[in-house]
Design a binder for this molecule. Structure first.
Ligand SMILES: Cc1cc2nc3c(=O)[nH]c(=O)nc-3n(C[C@H](O)[C@H](O)[C@H](O)COP(=O)(O)OP(=O)(O)OC[C@H]3O[C@@H](n4cnc5c(N)ncnc54)[C@H](O)[C@@H]3O)c2cc1C
Length: 394
């Protein structure tokens, strides 16, 4: 079907990671004019592997024409091994269970989505929305660098600490619920890991690891803390928090921490979920982590791509009638997103078990899980949450 958009054609999207470019893709395909504003000066690389699982995720990627590129760049990790402080294997997490149907580095995925959309969308890097005023003729937006502009609609795809959410839904941060963990991820020199598979080492409340996906090595850290008290834009402070949290931990951790200062893509954040009563307010709506972050194990990346398909499809089907489109988008997506959020709540216990006993339990679990039928059941359960939606054809 070919749509001709009469109203609300100009749509501003804040955030160029996963949800933003995926939405821009569908909007431009339906005849809208998306503009994507990203705070970072260029496309942000970095991040760990993200995965897609089941026919819904793969179906949307295939319709976007990016599935082949994603498959061509998938990580193909053989397994993740937990090691003791001397590097001896303790247990093994088979990649086939947890890596979904296709796993790719977040930075590689971002690049593929950007390349698929840069022709049909305007990208503005190094800028950020400072003010949003909704008026009868559209949304009047001011920026920290660019000149003010008017858009038909504004969509916040700017992640866990969404700027649009703060500007439109209030400052209090009420909808963000921390799961009690922090995560840090960054690229390290290849010399720090020879194996293609990943390695992880846990002490109570802290897990550090490194893996090589063939082309680059990536360090990752998880630690439990009820409040690390960090400023999510102050990288120096975040690096200090990370070093303090892992001081005294053996294995390869001191070398991985030493490599941090040179990392081009240091990422640090709380492991949190977002719950909002409404994902839209007037002409402004939210998508991806900004609306409903689930945290690791919650299908966040795949679900963000699905949400982009639905939101753009509803706007096209209603010819830009945002009230109806936002209502339908939310009605369709909420139950699906809730499944991922519920799944992720339990998963965080595995990231950094709080006691030696819990670490041993986790290792026992992974030793057992490699054998059928446990393997099949876990794979079935995690795929079921990712496939639990009937998508309309737009
Ligand atoms: C650098 C990075 C690394 C990540 N690494 C991992 C990982 O290893 N594992 C994992 O599970 N998840 C990771 N994530 C989160 C993961 O990408 C998301 O959970 C998921 O893909 C949903 O994506 P999203 O597009 O909704 O949000 P996000 O991926 O969080 O993207 C939000 C985007 O908005 C931009 N932004 C923020 N504030 C503003 C502003 N004021 N104005 C304009 N733009 C703004 C950010 O720079 C970012 O590009 C990472 C995110 C980023 C940005």
């Amino acid at each position: 079907m070919v749509f001709r958009m009469e109203t609300n054609r100009d749509i501003l999207i804040s955030g160029a990671s996963v949800a933003g470019p995926a939405l821009a893709y569908w909007l431009s395909r339906y005849g809208f004019k998306p503009t994507v504003v990203e705070r970072a000066p260029a496309l942000r690389g970095g991040g760990y592997a993200v995965d897609f699982r089941g026919k819904v995720h793969l179906g949307v990627l295939s319709k976007m024409g990016v599935l082949d590129s994603i498959q061509a760049q998938q990580t193909r990790l053989s397994s993740i091994t937990y090691v003791d402080q001397d590097g001896r294997p303790v247990s093994r997490m088979p990649a086939g269970i947890f890596a979904g149907d296709v796993e790719i580095l977040r930075g590689d995925l971002g690049r593929i989505l950007y390349d698929a959309t840069s022709d049909g969308s305007e990208y503005v890097f190094g800028d950020s929305i400072t003010g949003i005023s909704q008026r009868p003729d559209g949304v009047h937006v001011t920026f920290s660098r660019g000149a003010p502009r008017v858009f038909g609609l504004v969509i916040g795809a700017d992640g866990l600490h969404s700027n649009v959410r703060k500007l439109v839904f209030g400052e209090d941060g009420g909808p963000v619920r921390d799961l009690g963990y922090y995560v840090s991820i960054y690229t390290v020199p290849d010399s720090l890991v020879q194996e293609r598979a990943g390695l992880l080492h846990s002490v109570p409340g802290r897990t550090a690891g490194v893996f090589s996906a063939g082309r680059q090595a990536i360090a990752q850290f998880y630690f439990s803390s009820t409040d690390a008290g960090y400023d999510h834009q102050d990288v120096e402070q975040q690096q200090k928090i990370l070093v303090d949290a892992f001081t005294g931990v053996g294995w390869r951790v001191p070398d991985l921490l030493d490599a941090m200062r040179e990392a081009p893509d240091f990422y640090f954040d709380s492991v949190s979920q977002v719950y909002l009563d409404r994902w839209s307010s007037g002409r402004v709506a939210l998508i991806g982590d900004a609306a409903c972050a689930a945290g690791p194990g919650g299908n966040g990346t795949g679900n963000a791509v699905v949400a982009a398909y639905v939101l753009a499809g509803e706007l096209a089907a209603t010819n830009g009638d945002y009230r109806t489109a936002f209502d339908r988008y939310e009605r369709l997506m909420r139950p699906y997103i809730a499944k991922g959020q519920k799944q992720a709540k339990g998963g965080s216990q595995f990231l950094a078990p709080p006691t030696e006993k819990r670490i041993r339990q986790r290792d026992r679990f992974f030793r057992m899980v490699g054998y059928l039928p446990a393997k099949g059941i876990i794979r079935y359960l995690s795929t079921r949450t990712a496939t639990g939606i009937d998508l309309p054809s737009y």
